[in-house]
Design a protein around this ligand. Structure first.
Ligand code: G6P
Length: 372
């Protein structure tokens, strides 16, 4: 009913708007004022966490994209090798696991059958399984060794939004906690990240306040057949997530690519006036990546693409090549997906509505897929 939607037209819009709170709730009580993490709720002992020599993340759909982003953070901060795999592929290829592998199963519902089967397989190999889950007492956390709950609250719309942002936050917390218990050098970078992470819900709020032009743009693109998404580093999984949202909701041909792969194929797809969304890394960090992506934007634009550029405030280098510019706040590189994903959610939601689609209940999809 309209009351349940709090005055929003769709649950999805309501859930997008709830993201600052969802993120704040997921952080609540887990970072103390001194900047150290309290995750005593994890039932894996620090001694066991010190033994870990490999992290394997398994998930499906949007949760899989959270896992792809987590890999960048886990490897960069903890220096523990990390793999991410679609749960539906994982157990069928005889993965190498053992008692020192930590398997992280990410699932909003806690009931996705592929993810459940993957975690059972991991436990049979003697690995510890940590669930990152939004649903109290659901099957995946019940069958895991430990659980870190996301506190997004109930997510009704089939396409995941606030659960995704909280999955990212939970993954960052796990990565930082691994550093803490393992005594990984707690450098200035990690200190700064913890500070920025504890403030990130305000940044999400700021992004939400600037979404009107994104909605207007989406409406003008309702007649398009194809939208491409490009990103690099953590912006690559963000591009995949932007494309997935558009498939799910707008039933459009949408694909996400790693910007570095453009020249190996995707650039052949560019046609006159084809919308291409580009997620631009921060110019302050990894400046080479930033320059490379600016060249990519120039290349696709020269071939006729209509460029929709998501870039940090103050990034002036992109301005001459952006047909449409969407600003996001300055964040540390690894946290950028938390803010960069929000415009893509709004974009897909508005495009779906403009195409007359059922936003909260897209055709052929289920909120939770409990069959293999
Ligand atoms: C379905 C939903 C997606 C979700 C995926 C994984 O496909 O439509 O939105 O990302 O399942 O669900 P889970 O509950 O395991 O996160």
């Amino acid at each position: 009913s309209a009351a349940e939607k709090d005055g929003y037209d769709y649950f999805m819009l309501k859930e997008i708007a709830e993201q600052p709170k969802a993120v704040a709730d997921t952080l609540l009580g887990r970072i103390d004022p001194s900047g150290s993490l309290t995750l005593d709720e994890l039932r894996i002992t620090p001694a066991d966490l010190r033994q870990i020599d490999k992290v394997v993340i398994v998930a499906c759909g949007t949760a899989f994209h959270a896992g792809l982003i987590a890999k960048y953070a886990i490897e960069h901060w903890t220096r523990i090798p990390c793999e991410v795999e679609l749960a539906s592929e994982f157990r069928y290829r005889d993965p190498i696991l053992g008692g020192r592998s930590l398997v992280i199963a990410i699932s909003q519902s806690g009931e996705t059958m592929d993810t459940l089967m993957a975690l059972r397989h991991a436990r049979e190999q003697g690995s510890k399984v940590l669930a990152i889950c939004n649903t109290n007492g659901s099957t995946i956390p019940r069958e895991s060794d430990a659980v870190l709950y996301t506190h997004a609250g109930p997510e009704v719309a089939v396409a995941s939004t606030k659960a995704f942002l909280t999955q990212l936050v939970a993954c960052y917390l796990v990565a930082l906690y691994l550093c803490q218990v393992r005594g990984t050098k707690w450098g200035d970078e990690i200190q700064a990240v913890i500070k920025d992470l504890s403030r990130i819900s305000d940044e999400v709020e700021r992004v939400l306040e600037t979404m009107e032009p994104v909605r207007a743009l989406a409406r003008t693109l309702a007649g398009k057949d194809t939208v491409l998404f490009l990103g690099r580093h953590v912006g690559y999984p963000v591009a995949l997530e932007g494309a997935l949202k558009l498939k799910e909701l707008a039933y459009m041909h949408a694909e996400g690519f790693a910007a570095g792969e453009l020249k190996h194929g995707p650039i052949a797809l560019i046609e006159e006036d084809m919308p291409v969304v580009v997620v631009v890394p921060s110019p302050s960090n990894r400046s080479l990546l930033h320059d490379k992506i600016v060249s990519n934007i120039q290349e696709i634009r020269a071939r006729g693409a209509r460029t929709i550029v998501i870039a940090e405030e103050g990034d002036e280098a992109v301005v001459p090549y952006a047909d449409h510019l969407i600003r996001i706040p300055v964040t540390p590189t690894l946290l950028q997906p938390v803010v960069a994903t929000v415009p893509l959610q709004v974009f897909a939601c508005e495009l779906a509505a403009a195409r007359g689609n059922e936003v909260d209940q897209p055709r052929n999809l289920a909120k939770s897929v409990t069959v293999e």
